[in-house]
Design a protein around this ligand. Structure first.
Ligand SMILES: [Zn+2]
Ligand SMILES: [Zn+2]
Length: 384
């Protein structure tokens, strides 16, 4: 094994031991990484709605350290590790590894691996000073990116970037983005940067300034106009990116899509009832998209750096994990709560956070395996 100098003997993590109980800060022994793992010093970890799967034990995974939006540095590698080196800046998202031998992996679709690992759900995640990550689930991250701003890119960023880049859209064609929350904020930025005519759809005038600042060419407020009709006047959307989890609003947007276009579902909106006539007569695809692999995470981070696409974050030390989780789960974080273990909690933390963050906005993504318990997350991704 190789390690950086002066590694501590122990490290702290924020653990959920029992369902609905507060996080417990516990100390663990820092042991060498096993074959196929790297040990990463956590620089930042986003707090996501999907972490509620652990907090509320929606899957039998306790005790567990949550966190699947991880940015950090490699500080220990096992003997024989060929890809990763000490000091590498890395990230890891929802997908925490794949088996390489199941039928999906043999089809090179690792994202849908039948035996896939999930960071912070099936294995301990990034709510801690250090984390052990499987090597195939680790992405190389440019050191120029602010770790706290980059952390949520490993979830919401991959979801929006990776889905949009796989759509059949030509530069200049219309991409409409419904919802200007976590996913939507990023989708607007990515759509603009990819060269699409970007239309932001929201339910009030409140986010117009923000949407345009993020890159939207046009803003359609459903309290004032019929969004689908307005989109048709513009020529119709080639892709309708649905990021706000409204089972009522989404079907109405079908009429704003051009023939052969796609309704892209990124947020969990429960059961949606669609009229079949426009889908059949206009050959509309209704498509979902989960997240992505480590390679997709690398591409997301590189593209975000290239195009200066950022997330607005509030930073919290590990000691304030409960507060960070509470702000996220009540949608009060502006806009994304990120745990930064290197921060020290002080009475002046509020002022410190204000002065340290806030550039451009961002929020949460919800990956494929999402909570189904009614009421807990309202409409799935409650951050919108
Ligand atoms: Zn997430
Ligand atoms: Zn597999």
């Amino acid at each position: 094994m190789s390690t950086v100098p002066n590694l501590p003997k122990t490290y702290r993590v924020a653990l959920i031991e029992k369902k609905d109980e507060p996080f417990k800060l516990v100390s663990r022994d820092l042991v060498p990484p096993k074959e196929g793992q790297v040990l990463v010093k956590v620089l930042a970890c986003g707090v996501c709605h999907s972490d509620g799967i652990v907090k509320h034990e929606l899957m039998p995974v306790l005790p567990r350290v949550p966190g699947h939006e991880i940015i950090g540095d490699v500080v220990a590698i096992p003997a024989g590790e060929k890809k990763w080196k000490l000091g590498d800046r890395v990230g890891s998202g929802w997908q925490g590894g794949w088996c390489g031998t199941c039928s999906r992996c043999l089809k090179h679709d690792n994202m849908t691996c039948e035996n896939g690992n999930i960071n912070g759900i099936l294995t301990d995640g990034g709510y801690g000073e250090y984390v052990y990550l499987r090597t195939e689930a680790v992405a190389s991250i440019p050191k120029e990116l602010d770790p706290a701003e980059a952390a949520p890119l490993m979830c919401a960023g991959i979801t929006t970037f990776n889905s949009l880049r796989h759509m059949d859209v030509k530069p200049g064609e219309i991409v409409a983005i419904q919802g200007i929350g976590g996913l939507g904020h990023l989708a607007i930025q990515y759509s603009r940067a990819m060269g699409y005519r970007t239309v932001a759809l929201s339910t009030s005038a409140a986010k117009e300034t923000l949407a345009k600042k993020l890159g939207a060419h046009i803003y359609l407020d459903s309290s004032k106009v019929d969004q689908a009709a307005e989109l048709q006047k513009l020529g119709g959307a080639k892709v309708m990116v649905c990021t706000a989890p409204s089972a009522e609003a989404i079907p109405k947007l079908l009429d704003g899509i051009i023939p052969g276009g796609t309704l892209l579902l990124l947020a969990l909106a429960g059961d949606i009832v669609f009229p079949t006539l426009p889908i059949i007569s206009k050959r509309i695809r209704v498509l979902g998209w989960p997240n992505g692999t480590a390679e997709d995470g690398e591409d997301t981070a590189d593209f975000s750096k290239l195009q200066n696409i950022k997330c607005m974050v509030e930073r919290y030390p590990l000691d304030d994990v409960e507060k960070a989780y509470e702000l996220m789960s009540t949608n009060k974080a502006k806009f994304r709560a990120v745990i930064v273990p290197g921060l020290v909690s002080t009475p002046e933390m509020g002022e410190m956070k204000d002065s340290m963050a806030m550039k451009t906005p961002m929020m949460a993504s919800d990956p494929p395996m999402a909570p189904k318990k009614k009421g807990l997350f309202k409409d799935g991704c409650g951050c919108m």
